[in-house]
Design a protein around this ligand. Structure first.
Ligand SMILES: Nc1ncnc2c1ncn2[C@@H]1O[C@H](COP(=O)(O)OP(=O)(O)OP(=O)(O)O)[C@@H](O)[C@H]1O
Length: 645
C-alpha cells in the first residue's frame, strides 16, 4: 500500500482521489485538484491534508455545493484517514459507504446533504470515532446501529427519517434528545417518545414518510398508553412511598446529628438536589429550579470540604462572600432566571440573573473523570488559586454528589470569537482594530505564561480558543476554562480545540499544545477568519495554519490580514508582520521547535503600537504587503513545507 516514501505520496490514494474528483465533477475541484496531492506532509489540493508519510489524513470539502454521490468504495484506500467532512453540500445517493478500512477515522461529518439509505454499519467498528454528524439529510432511514465507542463525544442524526428504538448503549444514551430530534419514527430515551410493546416506535416504522401514517400510529400510541397507564400509576405511588420513607429517615438522621452538635436551625433534607433546566433550542430565560437548599455563602477562601460544606456554594474569589451586594446563596441561584449560553466541552453554561445580585455564569460540569469529593475540591482549588489580571477568576463552586458547578462573573462584552466575527458586514459592527487585537494577544500570552510558570499548578490550559477568551469593558482579555482539562476524562479531552499535530498521537494536552493553540488564536486574530475547529454549527471554517502557510507560499500576501486591521496601514504593518512571525513559530509542527510562553510574552510585548490615526489616509497598503517582509517570514519561521515550492 505505502508507496509514499519514494514518491512522497501514495499512488493508490492518488487514483482514489482522482476517481472521487471525476465522480463529483465539480468545476472548482477539477481546476484545483491538479499536481501532486501530497508531498509528505504538504498538500496543495484544496481540502486535503497529508501526514509525514505522504498519506491522506483529512478530506474536508464543506459548503461547496457538491452534487452527485459517493461510491461505496470511495474511501477504502485511505487507511490513515482521520477526518472526513462533506458537510453542507447537495450530495445524494445511498449511504452504503464502506468505512471498514478507515480504522483511524475520528470525525465523519456528512450533515446537511441529501443522502438516503441507512447509516453505514461499518462506522460502528471504528475504534477511535469521536464525532459523527449526519443531521439534516432528511432521507436517511432505518434504525440507528448500536454505536458504543467510548471515544464517541459528538453524535447527531437529527432531522432524518430514522426509526425504531434508540439502542441502549452507554454511548448513544449519553447524548441529549437534540441529537435525535426530527426523526418522527425514533423512540425510546433520550427522546421523549415511548416505544410500543414490540420495541418499535409508536409511529410504526419510520420508513413511512407520510404524515398520515404517522398520525395513525399516534392514535395507536394513545391506545397503548391507556393500557399501561394504570400500571405506571401504581409504580409512581410505590416510588413516592419509597422516596418519602427514605427522605424522612435521612431527615431524622440529620436532625439527630445537628442535635448532637447543638446546631439545629432548619429542617432540610440532605437529598435536596439542584435542578437546572437543560439548554435547548429555546434559550428564553427560566428559573433554575425551585429547590430550597439551606445554603449560605461562606467567607473568602473558606476551603472546608466537610459533608455540610459540600452542599453550599463555596466562594473562592477575592472580594466575594463579604460584600453585602455581591453575596448570594444557593437558594438565590435556584430562584434566578437562567439563559443558556452554550454547550461546551466541560458542560453547559448558563447566565443566571438574581434580583439585586450580580449576574453570574454557572458552568454545570460534565464528563468529569472519576474522583472523590476531596480530589475534586483539591484540583479545583488549585485552579481557583491561579490569580492574574488576564485570567477569569472562579467566583465559587458547588460540589454535591450529583452536581458540580462552577460560578463566574458574567463578562458583559462576551467572547473574542463574537468580537472578531460577529456582525460582519452589518452597519452596527464596531471595527476591531489592530491596537485592540494586539492588546488581546498580549493579555492572552501573559495569562498563559502565568499558567505555565506557576510550579504549584503545572496543568496546561488545554482548551485555549477564541470562545474561551472573554473581553472586559476595556476589551482586555480574560482567559477562561483554564485547567479544566485536568478534571475531565481523557475521552472528553479529545474534543479540545486546535488539535496540535502531536496531539494526534499523544492524546493529551501539554504546555506545547497550549503554545500551538495560542499560535492558532493569533492567526485567527490576524486573518479575521473562522478556524475550522472553532466554527460553530452551520458556519464553515478554514484550517488556519494550512491556509496561512499556503497564502504565504502562493503569495496572496495582501489577503492574509483582516481588512479591519489592514486599514491601519503603515504604522501597523511591521507589528502585524512580527505577530504573524510569532504565530507561525508557535504552530511549528515539532513541539520542541515551539517557543516557551515566557519567550512569546517577551516577543509580543516588544511589538510597538503606534497611534493609527497617524496614517489614516495612508494608501500604501499594497506596497506594504508585497514587500520582502512576508517572504522572509515564509522562508524563516513558517516551517519546511512552504519552502519546498
Ligand atoms: N463568564 C462569562 N461571561 C460571558 N460569557 C461567557 C462566560 N463564560 C462563558 N461564556 C460564553 O458562554 C458560551 C459557552 O461557554 P462554554 O465555556 O460552555 O463553551 P465554549 O467556550 O463554547 O466551549 P468549551 O467548553 O469547549 O470551552 C461561550 O460563548 C462563552 O464565550
Amino acid at each position: 500500500q505505502n508507496d509514499s516514501p519514494v514518491l512522497g505520496y501514495s499512488m493508490k490514494e492518488r487514483v482514489a482521489l482522482n476517481s472521487l474528483k471525476a465522480n463529483l465533477d465539480n468545476p472548482f475541484l477539477n481546476k484545483v485538484w491538479i499536481g501532486s496531492h501530497c508531498f509528505t506532509n504538504t498538500s496543495q489540493w484544496f481540502g486535503v491534508r497529508c501526514n509525514s508519510n505522504g498519506l491522506v489524513i483529512e478530506i474536508a470539502l464543506e459548503n461547496m455545493g457538491l452534487k452527485g454521490d459517493l461510491r461505496s468504495n470511495a474511501f477504502i484506500t485511505f487507511t490513515e484517514l482521520s477526518v472526513l467532512s462533506f458537510k453542507n453540500n447537495s450530495l445524494s445517493g445511498n449511504l452504503v459507504i464502506d468505512f471498514s478500512f478507515n480504522r483511524k477515522l475520528t470525525l465523519v461529518d456528512l450533515s446537511g446533504n441529501l443522502f438516503s439509505g441507512q447509516i453505514p454499519i461499518s462506522l460502528v467498528v471504528i475504534p477511535v470515532l469521536e464525532a459523527l454528524f449526519l443531521q439534516g439529510n432528511s432521507l436517511i432511514t432505518g434504525s440507528i446501529p448500536a454505536f458504543n465507542q467510548s471515544s464517541l463525544e459528538n453524535f447527531n442524526v437529527s432531522n432524518n427519517n430514522l426509526c425504531g428504538p434508540i439502542p441502549k448503549t452507554r454511548a448513544l444514551q449519553s447524548f441529549g434528545h437534540d441529537s435525535y430530534d426530527g426523526n418522527p419514527g425514533l423512540c425510546g430515551p433520550p427522546t421523549s417518545m415511548a416505544c410500543n410493546s414490540n420495541g418499535n416506535d409508536t409511529a410504526e416504522h419510520g420508513d413511512k414518510t407520510d404524515h398520515k401514517s404517522f398520525l395513525g400510529s399516534l392514535l395507536h400510541i394513545v391506545k397503548d398508553y391507556l393500557y399501561v397507564i394504570e400500571f405506571v400509576f401504581l409504580i409512581v405511588i410505590i416510588l413516592l412511598f419509597v422516596l418519602y420513607y427514605n427522605k424522612s429517615r435521612k431527615l431524622k438522621k440529620m436532625m439527630n446529628e445537628y442535635k448532637e452538635r447543638g446546631e439545629i436551625k432548619h429542617e432540610k433534607s440532605e437529598d435536596d438536589q439542584l435542578v437546572i433546566a437543560e439548554v435547548g433550542g429555546d434559550q428564553r430565560s427560566r428559573p433554575f429550579g425551585n429547590n430550597n437548599l439551606n445554603t449560605r455563602p461562606i467567607g473568602n477562601n473558606n476551603l472546608n470540604t466537610s459533608g455540610q460544606e459540600r452542599r453550599k456554594l463555596v466562594f473562592v474569589a477575592d472580594n466575594y462572600g463579604q460584600g453585602s451586594n455581591s453575596t448570594f446563596e444557593m437558594s438565590d441561584l435556584l430562584k434566578a432566571s437562567a439563559e443558556g449560553l452554550g454547550q461546551g466541552t466541560f458542560g453547559n453554561c448558563y447566565k443566571a440573573m438574581m434580583e439585586g445580585k450580580p449576574v453570574v455564569v454557572v458552568k454545570r460540569l460534565r464528563n468529569l473523570k472519576p474522583m472523590t469529593d476531596e480530589e475534586f475540591t483539591k484540583q479545583l482549588l488549585q485552579i481557583a488559586n491561579q490569580k492574574h489580571p488576564n485570567l477569569l477568576p472562579i467566583l465559587a463552586y458547588y460540589n454535591n454528589k450529583d452536581e458540580r458547578l462552577l460560578l463566574y462573573k458574567y463578562v458583559e462584552k462576551g467572547n473574542l470569537f463574537d468580537r472578531l466575527h460577529g456582525k460582519r458586514g452589518k452597519g452596527d459592527r464596531i471595527p476591531f482594530r489592530w491596537g485592540g487585537r494586539l492588546n488581546v494577544a498580549r493579555g492572552v500570552a501573559r495569562a498563559m505564561e502565568c499558567l505555565h510558570l506557576n510550579t504549584n499548578f503545572l496543568v496546561p490550559h488545554g482548551n485555549l480558543k477564541s470562545t474561551n477568551v472573554l473581553l472586559d469593558s476595556d476589551e482586555n482579555a480574560l482567559v477562561s476554562d483554564y485547567g479544566l482539562a485536568s478534571l475531565i476524562s481523557v475521552a472528553a479531552q479529545r474534543t479540545v480545540c486546535y488539535r496540535s499535530p502531536e496531539y494526534q498521537f499523544a492524546k493529551r494536552v501539554s504546555k506545547k499544545s497550549d503554545v500551538w493553540s495560542y499560535g492558532c488564536l493569533l492567526l485567527e486574530l490576524l486573518t479575521g477568519k473562522v478556524g475550522v475547529y472553532t466554527a460553530p454549527p452551520g458556519v464553515s471554517g478554514v484550517d488556519l495554519c494550512t491556509w496561512v502557510h499556503r497564502a504565504i507560499r502562493e503569495e496572496w500576501t495582501a489577503e492574509i490580514f483582516d481588512g479591519e486591521i489592514a486599514v491601519n496601514r503603515r504604522s501597523a504593518v511591521p507589528g502585524m508582520l512580527r505577530l504573524l512571525e510569532i504565530a507561525l513559530h508557535c504552530v511549528e509542527k515539532l513541539p520542541e521547535k515551539r517557543p516557551e510562553m515566557s519567550e512569546v510574552v517577551r516577543q509580543v510585548e516588544e511589538i510597538q503600537f503606534k497611534d493609527q490615526s497617524e496614517d489614516e489616509d495612508d494608501l500604501s497598503l499594497e506596497r506594504s504587503y508585497t514587500d520582502d517582509s512576508i517572504s522572509t517570514i515564509a522562508s524563516g519561521k513558517a516551517g519546511d513545507d512552504h519552502n519546498r515550492k
